[in-house]
Ligand binder design. Sequence first.
Ligand SMILES: [Zn+2]
Length: 637
Amino acid sequence: MANRVGKCAGILIFGVGLGLTVGNPARAAEAAPGRIKISVDATHAPQRILHAKLEIPTRPGPLTLYYPKWMPADHSPDGPISNLGGLHFTAGGKEIAWRQDLVDMYAFNLDIPEGVKSVDVSLDFMISAPGPTIDFSASGSAKLFILMWNQVVLYPKGWPAAELVFDPALSLPPGWKFNTSLPIKSQVANTIAFLPVALDLLIDSPVQAGEFVRVFPLNSDAKPKHEVDVVADDAWALDVPPALIANYTRLVAEAGTLYQSHHYRDYHFLLTLSDNVLFLGQEHHESSDDRVAEHTLADPNARLLEAGLFPHEFTHSWNGQYRRPEGLATPDFQQPMKGELLWVYEGLTDYLGTVLTARSGLLTPAQTRDQIALTASTMEHRAGRRWRSLQNTANAAQILYFAPQEWAASRRGTDFYAESVLIWLDVDATIRKLTSDRKSLDDFCHAFYGPPDGEPVVKTYNFTDLVSTLNQIAAHDWSSFFRERLDSTDAAAPLGGITGGGWKLVYTDDPNELLAAGDAESKGGDFTSSIGVRVRGDGTVIDAIPGMPGFDSGVSPYLRIVAVNGKQFSVDEMKGAIRDSKSRPGTIELVTTNTGRLETHAIRYEGGNRYPHLERIEGTPDYLDEILKPLTPVSAH
Ligand SMILES: [Zn+2]
């Protein structure tokens, strides 16, 4: 998942043979039930409702059916069960009573009458609109929707998801087109039948559908094929700039060179351009579900901010889907997941995504350095790092994903993304130094994600596997290397990767390109590295960092700034006041409302605008720029 509001899905245990039995051992010894038929009627998707009918083979006696709870790559128990409705169970046309389990809300218990061989299920899924909190039900509008099969599935307790085979079918509104990595059996008018598929691969294969759809092949002459499938709320948004398609084509080539393998049959970037669905990046083995605001590709600022989305989600096909930490490779959607290696699953993905974004030309090296500087500055100003280690942010991911932005610096967020970029840069620079630049993290990628090529499969690993593979590349006490950085509650962020890469973090009054783009897109102001405050465009305070001038003058989240130095609040007014603090020492006076009470805060600050940048350390090897260099010839694309 991209570190936005979204998350990742998909469990595939082909041939991995984790051999995990789930549910009651008696059942586990039994052969999995026959094919489960599921037909989804999405003809009313524009009205924000899906209908589904399932036919589940069973036998007389107690039966528990599960609604998927732990969504893989969400690393959280967030199956959208509150939008499940219209539930009916029948057999031979007779209604069967059901009870939602009093403890496990995601379990439905039934007693199957004698003589019954299958139970028919009908259900509805109610699509919602995006709101202030993360809601995965916000997956459709009048002109498009993304079918996440976990929204409309129930499955019997007792077998690994990989052993439950489904026969899926889907009916779309007339005239709508669709894209998915799922192999198709047949299509009659607007009804599609897919080839039989195991439950884990089904849930790992969303279907994107809509009225306005365009497909952009990236390498139609090669195998496996890669394409960008775009759906939008309006036809105008389908005009993807050819230069961007050229960058995406380079991304495919650069990833192929970095990972030297493919663990998918074909790959689909399912790009949704809409302001009416939850924005997310969700990876799967053979596709990624990427949803951004409708204007994103047409707006240089927004394009800059989303430049890393495809490289991140694509990288997950290798790191997260193919290679997966044992704690996250659960056999079904009910078993709790353990996030202790999320600094690899998400953290290393964020680093490799950052590298591929530069190598494929989606960002320039200078923009990438500004992004790394912004990341380092944000982590440097995480006051909460003094009580919460980076390791704990990974362990507590299922809590932190759903925490509000307010108090983020004191609480820490899903920092196992951003801060791990700094740690993995340190690993890369350290390998290059230890091997006199003969080896790098690329060699680790070849070894850890490499061949054999083939269909989707999950190969699990643990901390020891990771360290031993790194030792094959460059012998080092990698275990202590990571523990020092992961378990630390020091005030300072781990900047060894930046210095080891030949650069250092500095603050100047020249704008940081990525920070400026973020402010322009959000219409807010990020003053983290000056007075330690972040505000929305209307003056509400998102965060104030303890130990920084803003907080120390009494400013805190949820206040609203109404005036700056006697003038009505605006973000530009704030920027001006901070800029002038250098030339006109004194205090910056803010007037705020706090639950209806006016308050005045005198901020003691004379540092001017302080924007993070990386500055070259002359005379040291410039590993960072070397890392960002394309591995494939640019002209070829
Ligand atoms: Zn991710």
